[in-house]
Design a protein around this ligand. Structure first.
Ligand code: NAD
Length: 434
């Protein structure tokens, strides 16, 4: 037992060690700053620095060679003041309870700043999904869903895909949950499903599209345009590859992209549809005509107009922040720039659009999916993208106004707006001890 460093020093409550995970501390450091900025009642902010419920499950899986392996799975339900819990499920070898708790905290603040009727949650399994066959991944997903099934549901907690999971994973989760509810199909229990079984149009590219809507507004606030600008993108998965495509469609020069194996550069900008086809065919960025190989470190430090980190958390910290040359950063990934690095960058005059707004496109369109499932009435893609643009732009503009008024960076302002909305809701609901 220890005391998480971001809890009020007068709040002498021992907390479990997993809450000392850097991602968790980073998320709760933001709550402390928001508390000062927006004059939040410390009774409320201390509550917001701790998860409401942490679920750990052992998940036995029958492997293809008939052996049984037991994996650790988690679901952290962080806060449900604003509505049912909502957040993705991550399959990755580094997943642990502390990381899931940190990501669940970020989901709480993301849903709040975006104005969605959701609380925040996150789930995960400590596994390298690339080492599983399709059958093993299905067995793992079904057993994990069974283990957490009494905690999830369309009006309780609604999982979605994250790193290492996809629409197929959600289809298995929905099917398993539905079987446990007497066999009645419950499409609203997860989002990010295939369209054929209650998924929504526009979900696959939604996060990347949201990143680009935010990039467009970020350029505008700096008196610039995305068209003709140079952009570097770390990560060429769901978020990074879609962000590259939508930026390209708006006339940006995508000069560098990377994945776990390294990056490629072309100062004239890539033809992104051709690059996506190359990646699809070769499962690698390497060998694309006209491209020069670069490292991920070099990509982050390129002299571009905008940098979009769309892969991992913590890639820009206090050590390398001073090497960043981009004037605009849009956080496509969750937590790619630490809170302390954000401050260094702000002093350097870099404009940073924080993750809880910039990568909100996924959860916004997940929200539309959930609404459509409840209504059993499905919308056109243009309608969906229009509504996505309006919600994400409104969150950006409210945050930008707060940042200007309070003279702080955009991350501090976004956390301020998020925590203020949560405080109002908690007061209205009477959810804190007077
Ligand atoms: P993904 O698995 O589809 O892609 C991840 C990409 O990062 C891949 O290209 C991978 O090669 C690359 N990568 C992995 N390790 C790397 C390393 N060490 N260095 C450089 N690149 C590396 O995942 P995704 O869905 O695109 O998610 C990426 C980030 O965005 C995560 O932080 C995720 O939580 C966040 N996010 C995703 C969504 C969504 O809708 N998919 C929504 C919100 C936030």
């Amino acid at each position: 037992m220890s005391q998480t460093t971001n809890l009020d020093k007068n709040y002498h409550v021992p907390t479990p060690d997993f809450l000392n995970h850097p991602l968790f501390l980073n998320a709760t450091q933001g709550v402390e700053e928001a508390t000062q900025l927006m004059k939040i009642d410390p009774n409320i902010s201390n509550r917001l620095k701790l998860p409401r419920k942490c679920i750990s499950v052992a998940v036995p899986v029958r492997m293809d060679d008939h052996s049984v392996k037991v994996y650790m799975g988690y679901r952290v339900q962080y806060n449900h003041t604003l509505g049912p819990y909502k957040g993705g499920v991550r399959y990755h070898q580094n997943v642990d309870l502390g990381e899931v708790a940190g990501l669940a905290a970020l989901m709480t603040f993301k849903n709040s700043v975006l104005g969605l009727p959701y609380g925040g949650a996150k789930g995960g399994i400590t596994v390298d999904p690339r080492k599983l066959s399709r059958t093993e991944k299905q067995n793992l997903t079904r057993r994990y869903t069974s283990e957490i099934s009494s905690f999830i549901g369309p009006s309780k907690d609604i999982p979605a895909p994250d790193v290492g999971t996809d629409a197929q994973t959600m289809a298995w989760m929905m099917d398993t949950y539905s079987q446990e509810q007497g066999g009645f199909t419950q499409p609203g229990v997860v989002t990010g499903k295939p369209v054929e079984i209650g998924g929504t149009l526009g979900r696959v590219g939604a996060t990347g599209l949201g990143v680009v809507y935010i990039a467009v507004r970020a350029f505008e606030t700096q008196g610039k345009k995305i068209s003709g600008s140079s952009i570097a993108i770390q990560g060429f998965g769901n978020v990074g590859s879609h962000a590259a495509l939508y930026a390209f469609e708006r006339g940006a020069k995508v000069v560098a992209v990377s994945d776990v194996d390294g990056g490629i550069f072309n100062g004239d900008g890539f033809n992104v549809p051709q690059l996506r086809a190359h990646f699809e065919a070769h499962k690698s960025l390497k060998g694309f005509p006209g491209a020069k190989d670069i490292t991920n470190k070099e990509l982050l430090e390129l002299p571009v107009d905008a940098l979009l980190p769309c892969a991992l958390e913590g890639v820009i910290d206090e050590n390398n922040a001073k090497n960043i040359k981009a004037k605009i950063i849009i956080e496509g990934a969750n937590g790619p720039v630490t809170v302390n690095a954000t401050k260094v960058l702000h002093q350097m005059g870099v404009f940073l659009a924080p993750d809880i707004i910039a990568n909100g496109g996924g959860v916004i369109v997940s929200y539309f999916e959930w609404v459509q499932d409840i209504m059993s009435f499905f919308w056109e893609e243009d309608d969906i993208n229009g509504k996505l643009k309006s919600i994400i732009t409104k969150a950006f503009d409210t945050t930008y106004k707060t940042a200007q008024e309070k003279k702080v960076d955009m991350r501090s302002a976004a956390m301020g707006v998020a925590v203020k909305r949560l405080e109002k809701a908690m007061l209205l609901r009477g959810l804190y001890p007077r």
